[in-house]
Design a protein around this ligand. Sequence first.
Ligand SMILES: Nc1ncnc2c1ncn2[C@@H]1O[C@H](COP(=O)(O)OP(=O)(O)OP(=O)(O)O)[C@@H](O)[C@H]1O
Ligand SMILES: [Mg+2]
Length: 307
Amino acid sequence: MKEYSLDKMTFIVKGGAGSIYRINDEQIIKIYNNISVKKLEERKRWARELFKAGVPTAISFDTVVVGDKYGIIFELFHSKTVGQQLIENPEKLEQSGIKMGKLLKTIHSCKIDDPKAKTIKHLIIQWAKAGVDHGLLNLRDVRTIKEILDAVPDANSLLHCDFHEGNVMIQNDEYLLIDIDDSCIGHPLFDLALHYLNHDLLSYNPKLLFLSLGITPTIAKKMAKLTRDYYYKDMDPKRKKIYIKLCKSLQPLLMVTSSARALNNPEFVNEKYQKYIKYVLVLVLHLNKKIVIKNLNKLRQIEGELL
Ligand SMILES: Nc1ncnc2c1ncn2[C@@H]1O[C@H](COP(=O)(O)OP(=O)(O)OP(=O)(O)O)[C@@H](O)[C@H]1O
Ligand SMILES: [Mg+2]
């Protein structure tokens, strides 16, 4: 693997997964905090697969060593994120919401037939297991999470898993996906439920919302509505109704597991929030289990009828 030195690069930003540096006018490097060579190569392969499948995302060039860390070189977009654009030009909100809805539909219409592709169910179980390692969840909680996940119909749609205004850049009016580290395959419902978590729920914590998405609660609420209205526009009404219901009832499961994932990053550990998860959300997760599974079975039935 080629070695790179930070001396010749310009720092752009430090995010949850690592740091981004600009190498030159055409390339950036994403240096990961904690990653094995095997995972790094898998990520590069996956990024290339998405690009080849027609997903509007950055070209990935090479895996490299930087000091004691590893990174991937990506094409540099000469652009802003959707979030940055909305803060500067709020009048673009309407058109941006529609474009985000279109992009989410394009992502989900991409079907991936790769037996090695990561699945969302697998990813969520990994997050839950990290929660067990950190003492946030116990094995009974993981069993409940598995039971709920088992009821979600399997699918091979591409999912981004962190689709929001901070992870889409605009270049020459084209909306381009970045931060594809958690992208995987599965049922589109998960991306919509995570979109709900990232916008509607995160809006109750404006500081964290701005840190993650780069937007204010007012913008997040408007964008969430526009994006999802576009997404649901031509959907069968029965399917839409059950999607909306499930997006809400899957929140405890997603909050618990995605918070457990964040525990791997010490900067995100907040004891008060951990207690809240442990005693409130985990309880709701168990109490809601039957009703969530009932609604998931209903989704399966509706989708079966629509085939
Ligand atoms: N291909 C690219 N071209 C130009 N800038 C980029 C590119 N990829 C990432 N960036 C810049 O780096 C920022 C962080 O990138 P990314 O979302 O991939 O990292 P992250 O570590 O996951 O960050 P976070 O955890 O905050 O989401 C983006 O908001 C963008 O400003
Ligand atoms: Mg990001």
